[in-house]
Structures are given as structure tokens and as C-alpha cells.
Design a protein around this ligand. Sequence first.
Ligand code: NAI
Length: 335
Amino acid sequence: MKVAVFSTKPYDKVFLEAANANHEHDLVFFETHLTGDTAALASGFPAICAFVNDQLDEPVLRVIADGKTRLIALRCAGFNNVDLAAAHDLSMTVVRVPAYSPHAVAEHTVGLMLTLNRNIHRAYNRVREGNFALDGLLGFDFNNQTVGIIGTGQIGTVVAQIMKGFGCHLIAYDPFPNPALVEFNVNYTDLFEVFSESDILTLHCPLTPKTHHLIGAQALQEMKPGAMLINTSRGALLDTQLVIDALKSGRIGHLGLDVYEEEADLFFEDLSDRVMQDDVFARLLTFPNVLITGHQAFFTHNALEQIASTTLANITAIERGEPTLNEVTLERLKG
Ligand code: NAI
């Protein structure tokens, strides 16, 4: 099938071309994001391949549907950037890569926790400057701490397994608890208890209308003072401005982010010679107890191989009219 691949980075091309040896689709790579301004590039392509910050709202979907696109192959797990109702009305099929390496994201999540707790990011700079003082680097044992996990799907499950290894108590909220985790001594409870009991709170649920700004005024009030908050899921799970206020007051003790509400204008690009225009993001960077990575939690060799092979297998299945479990339907938004 002829596929327009948007938001292509050099590594996407390498992994997709290697995986395409088994499929022989006609892949045409565009570096640009898919937006209202670039949607016309998809004209004549029955399929497009998109990533997390491509814009797949109703106006863009209408343009690409007019250009005869019928298949949207997301090369990511999250699908919050797709207007599924509009896609459905336009008879478009949406497929995704539901699981490529939950370990990649879970391990990065734990990396953020460890770095923040033991101030490794600050120690790295100090030692390089010949400053071996320990003041300000004091951490705490993970052993016996309570870790709250919101969303115990593929990634949340691996986070639970890793944190169990540290000797943490695990509590979780998910509308669909994972029975295997109950066996594993994860205590499913309500959101209030997860917020109020967690020393470390980590988010692994999808961004939906229901989870938008999940960490807002109420959650911040209920959270344990000084708790660590980690978000490697989607930026808009947090109300960033309120989280900044909570950092200033000390309500949040540490913040680790791999995602940001307005990341589409920042992440995946080298903007190091430009003046930062996003004042909210700039403020976040000033806190010593905030650690931000630019949506790299998925970025392992293993994950990129899996993403490429599943994306192309999804396209092949749809082309052949075969069923695929990786189709995203409107029902998935319920929950
Ligand atoms: P998954 O679909 O396996 O698990 C999501 C879990 O969240 C499910 O168990 C679901 O029942 C639960 N859930 C749904 N609504 C909820 C709610 N209102 N409250 C609490 N839990 C709820 O997804 P997976 O693979 O574990 O990924 C989780 C999220 O991680 C994705 O939605 C995506 O946004 C993000 N992600 C981030 C990456 C990165 O590089 N930073 C890479 C891959 C995914």
C-alpha cells in the first residue's frame, strides 16, 4: 500500500525501511508533522502513518479523506490526538501499536524516580565542577515506601513489578484491575486513597476526556505533602500551572515528566539556539526537584523494531481485509 509517513526522523526511516523488507509497502517519508497546513501532502495515499504529535482532528481528517486516505496507522500506543468519532464518520480505519515495549517506558519511569530521589542529575553536574558537597542531595529509601499507580495496563504492570523489587507497597487505581497484579499484592483502591497514601505517584493511564487534568486542584489537595509525581503517559493528565503552584508550595516534592501538555511545539526538535517561548515550560525548568525528558521513554532499540514491524503488519492486515486486534474503535474511549 502507498503510505505517507509523517513526522519522520532519521531513526524512523531506518527501522521502518528494515521492517518493510517483509511487506513491500510503498513508504514515502515526510519530515513535517501532519497538520492542517500539511494535510494536502497525503492526497492520493490510501494510508498515512502518524506519530504522537501529528494532528488528526476533524478538519485534518476531512482533508485527508477527500484525498482518498482511508487508513491511519499510528506508530504509537496513545491515540488521544485522533478524533475517533470523525474518523468513524469518514469511514476511516485507525490502527495503533498497543504494546511495543512496556519495559522501555516502565524502565524510564523508574529511572526518573531514582534520579529525582537521589539527585543524580544535580550530582552529575556538581562532580564535574569539582563540587563534592552532599548538601541538597539527601534522598530516601524506596524500600517500604508506598507507590501509587494510576492505570495498570501494559506499562503500569511492569512499573509495579519493578517497584515491588525495591520492597515498595503498591496501591493502584484502574477501572479494569489486572487480576495478575492482585495476586502480586497490588492493592486496588479508589483515586482518593491513591492520591492521599502515595509517597510516589506514577501515571500510566491514557489521556481521555475523563483523565484530562486528572492531576488538578482536587488531586493536588489530596496528595501527600512532599510526594513524588511522575508522568510518562500524556502531558495533559496534569494541569501544569497548578502543578507549578504545588511545587512552589512544596506540596509536590519531586516532579518527573517525559511528556508535557504543549509538547507538540517543543519535543523531538533541536531548539537549543532559540529563545524559549513557552513560559510555563521555562518555569518548570527552574526547579531543582523537577526532571524533564523530551518524550523519550519509548526510545529503545527493541521498541523501535517492534513499532516498525507492528505498524507495517497492521497496514498489511487492513490491506488484505484481515482482522487485527490493533484497530482503535470508539468503544476504547469508554472506561
Ligand atoms: P494500556 O492500554 O495497556 O493501559 C492503560 C490502562 O489505563 C488500562 O489498564 C486502562 O484500564 C487504564 N485506564 C483507562 N482509563 C483510566 C482511568 N480513567 N483511570 C485510571 N486508569 C485508566 O496502555 P499502556 O501501553 O500501559 O500505555 C499507557 C499510556 O502510556 C498510553 O496511553 C500512552 O499515553 C503512554 N505512553 C507513553 C510513552 C512514552 O514514550 N512516554 C510510550 C508509550 C505509551
